[in-house]
Design a protein around this ligand. Structure first.
Ligand code: IMO
Ligand code: MG
Length: 389
């Protein structure tokens, strides 16, 4: 049996913290898409840890963690993460497993990401520059290298071949940064990665499922950044929605039970693209300040706005959400009045559906206003109508 936990907005909903909270109820936590563009923040005691590629269940003893085939993996970031996690006494040789089908992010993928963003000028995606887009392009273009290839004696030859191809693209972009230091780091990290548990991920996970083990699939990014259903082209390059679990782990749809959607009580977005409820004023600034809305991966200030129920309902539909977790409601404690977007005005017509285009100027959020609760929610103790299942 597999439950899925994923973000319903534009990422940064607090997925890492919630996975860490629920992990005790599961035997295995698996990442199914994305890569080091994710930044999942956990607190271990009073220490803050940001995980990018390792599943957020890793700090729980006797739980297994799998990096699935749908992920794109940067060995350099992974090595750093592993060192941080190991400094807490976690034995990664025992609890971290990596699918041999997982695609590798090469130094030239990162360079291509940067070159592509520069060439887009003010139309840039606002990518995290971690090489995500170019790596997925090489996957669907059938050129990529996978973790399993590292164990092949011809890996270096395949690497050089792909690197040459990338170099031609970089030359077209007039990209002339010296990336030799990145490559040195990469090959060092590759040696480290080869010592970790590289497994056939689909048999690994299905074996555990057939043994009655409980699996939690941990999403990265959010539904509005999904390559098919997000605000294209301002999206990431993977299927962030629940459908991505099947292709990203090799799990059949009938095995999926709950889809737990995580949403903030308001909205944020890093990077460019449509954001109908964005507040470019003092209220937005207040949300950013109280909510500490700065990117965990890039440190960029996040764009902030009121909750968007049109987008949230859409995300629940495409994911088949069965349970919702709302985070950071306490950030709203300070507001006398709260707004909630209940529909859009699209070229003069009201709609409750996500349209094909959501550009500024064509779409305007329609709000319902509510009085704030004007109390510190951290002091709330009573659980209303709470039924334990
Ligand atoms: P977590 O898992 C928020 C955004 C980037 C950019 C767009 C494409 O922490 O929620 P990419 O590097 O994927 O090519 O960038 O997607 N983005 C995220 N925004 N949280 C994330 O991950 C994100 N991962 C990518 O800012 O707009
Ligand atoms: Mg994040």
């Amino acid at each position: 049996m597999v439950d899925v936990l994923l973000g319903l907005q534009w990422g940064d909903e607090g997925k890492g913290k919630i996975v860490d909270y629920f992990a005790k109820d599961y035997d295995l936590v698996a990442r199914f898409q994305g890569g080091p563009n994710a930044g999942h923040t956990l607190y271990i005691g009073d220490k803050k840890v940001v995980l990018h590629q390792i599943p957020s269940g890793v700090f729980h003893a006797n739980k297994l963690n799998l990096i699935g085939n749908g992920v794109v993996l940067d060995p350099v970031t992974l090595k750093k993460e592993c060192e941080t996690v190991a400094s807490f006494g976690v034995d990664l040789k025992k609890n971290l497993f990596i699918s041999e089908r997982t695609h590798l992010i090469l130094p030239t993928h990162r360079a291509l990401d940067k070159a592509s963003e520069v060439s887009k000028g003010n139309q840039k995606i606002g990518s995290t520059l971690k090489g995500i887009g170019p790596t997925y392009m090489d996957k669907t273009g059938r050129n990529g290298l996978r973790v399993g290839d590292l164990l092949d004696k011809n890996f270096t030859t395949s690497y050089i071949k792909l690197r040459l191809k990338h170099q031609r693209l970089l030359d077209n972009h007039a990209f002339d940064e010296d990336i030799s230091a990145w490559e040195e780091e990469f090959f060092e990290a590759v040696e480290f990665l080869k010592e970790l548990n590289i497994v056939n991920g689909e048999y690994f996970i299905n074996h555990h499922i057939s043994q009655g083990k409980r699996v939690l699939a941990e999403g990265a990014q959010g539904s509005m950044l999904d390559i098919d259903f997000g605000t294209f082209p301002f999206v990431t390059s993977s299927n962030t929605i629940s459908a991505g679990v099947c292709s990203g782990l090799g799990v059949a749809p009938q095995k999926i039970k709950d889809v737990i959607g995580v949403t903030k009580a308001y909205c944020t977005r890093v990077g460019s693209g449509p954001f109908p409820t964005e507040l470019e004023d003092e209220t937005g600034e207040q949300l950013r300040k109280i909510g500490s809305e700065f990117g965990a991966t890039t440190g960029r200030p996040r764009r902030c706005g009121w909750i968007d129920l049109v987008a949230l309902r859409f995300a629940c539909m495409v994911n088949g959400v069965t349970k919702i977790v709302m985070t950071k409601a306490d950030v709203l404690d300070a507001f006398q009045e709260l707004s909630v977007c209940t529909s859009y005005n699209l070229n003069g017509k009201e709609t409750t559906e996500i349209p094909f285009r959501m550009d500024k100027g064509t779409i305007e959020a329609v709000y319902k206003k509510f009085a704030g609760w004007d109390k510190p929610s951290s002091e709330a103790r009573r659980q209303l109508n709470y039924r334990k299942q």
